[in-house]
Design a protein around this ligand. Structure first.
Ligand code: CP3
Length: 340
């Protein structure tokens, strides 16, 4: 078999036109997702149902033929495995019991392997059912991003509760992040052993951290994951997505050891091209250009291809696709990227 396109890019090869997939490509913008989601009951029921999770993962591959497929699950299955009473309330986003510093020592990861077994079963099913040329991406949340939800108990615009916690209880924060790093690494190893070709670590809230906290709470725990995964799976390919890291992106790449760095849309092209000289990049179309379509979409696509197409690039959005994305615009995006 020829090596899958996205895997060639992660190995440092320039592939043009670049492989394309979209963060959150299985989701509410697809009518077939909404239909399956309604049958599943709750959102977590969907994540833990290998039949239905396999089905929704495959839906965007069947419809659009992306070069990569991302496992359908959520980053918050880790706190759910820690029995933090995670719930997804329609229209309100995720909620869970907020954790206090003194509770951290009592967190018990012992249940995680059993709890997450259905997700691992989904990975195995996917590898068997996906087209041979399609890369299968596993994932987890970065410890910092998962911790922001565990500390606040819900999403917040600036993660002030977790930032304050990090300044007031730095040792408790280190302890929480170390536990999450260890659990997440073991979870990624199981995904890779079950058939994932590579994995992505989502640090969606990296951008709210100052430089000192970024080193300590984002880079450090992510490096732990990378090292622990590669100790079990030598040469494992890993994409890191520290959203909003901006000028700290080179430090993130060097400090974590990830193979490729995901870029959000605020990263300037020249900066991205410099970073690309040190290894592959992924991104970084503003998801709102996809909503707008027309000229806004075309000029966004063309600029990425022009500035980053000459090096190792995985084409993606700069963050997840939103529920209001028109399907015709997604079709147009793929067609234009593939035309090169
Ligand atoms: O297609 C894919 O990308 C794979 C599946 C996936 C989901 N969530 C499914 C999902 C992935 C990779 C995630 C990651 C995730 N989850 C992140 C990191 C990436 C990012 O977007 O920043 C974060 C922060 C979460 C936590 C989370 N899950 C939030 C904040 C929400 C609610 C926000 C919203 O869009 O409603 C979710 C729910 C969620 N995860 C949905 C999907 C398809 C929508 C839930 C639904 O169907 O009702």
């Amino acid at each position: 078999m020829h090596e899958r396109k996205l895997m060639r890019v992660l190995a440092g090869e320039t592939v043009y036109p670049p492989p394309i997939w979209l963060m959150r490509q299985a989701g509410r913008y697809l009518p077939e997702y909404r239909e399956t989601r309604a049958r599943a009951g709750g959102f977590l029921d969907l994540c833990y149902n290998p039949d239905l999770a396999t089905e929704v993962t495959l839906q965007p591959i069947r419809r659009f033929g992306f070069d990569a497929s991302i496992l359908f699950s959520d980053i918050l299955v880790i706190p759910d495995a820690l029995r933090r009473n995670v719930r997804f309330v329609q229209g309100e986003g995720p909620q869970m019991d907020p954790i206090a510093p003194h509770e951290i020592a009592n967190l018990d990861p012992g249940n995680a392997e059993t709890h997450l077994a259905p997700v691992i079963a989904t990975v195995a099913r996917l590898r068997a059912e996906l087209p041979d040329e399609t890369t299968l991406i596993g994932f987890c949340g970065a410890p910092w991003t998962v911790a922001t939800y565990m500390i606040a108990g819900h999403g917040t615009p600036d993660q002030a509760p977790a930032r304050r916690f990090g300044y007031q209880h730095p040792e408790a924060m280190d302890e929480l992040l170390a536990l999450l790093a260890e659990m997440s690494a073991d979870y990624l190893v199981r995904q890779l052993q079950a058939g994932a070709d590579c994995v992505q670590i989502f640090d969606s809230w990296a951008g709210v951290l100052d430089e000192l906290s970024f080193e300590r709470f984002s880079i450090g725990p992510t490096r732990r994951i990378v090292e622990r995964v590669r100790a079990s799976v030598p040469g494992a390919r890993i994409i890191g997505f520290p959203k909003g890291a901006g000028p700290l992106l080179p430090a993130y790449r060097a400090g974590t050891g990830v193979d490729a760095v995901g870029l959000d849309w605020s990263v300037p092209f020249r900066f991205a091209a410099e970073l690309q000289k040190t290894g592959p990049v992924q991104g970084n179309l503003d998801p709102l250009r996809l909503i707008a379509g027309g000229r806004a979409l075309d000029e966004g696509i063309d600029a990425i291809l022009q500035h980053l197409g000459g090096g190792p690039l995985v084409f993606n959005l700069g963050h997840g696709i939103t529920p209001d994305a028109p399907i015709a615009h997604v079709e147009h995006l793929i067609e234009r990227v593939r035309r090169g």
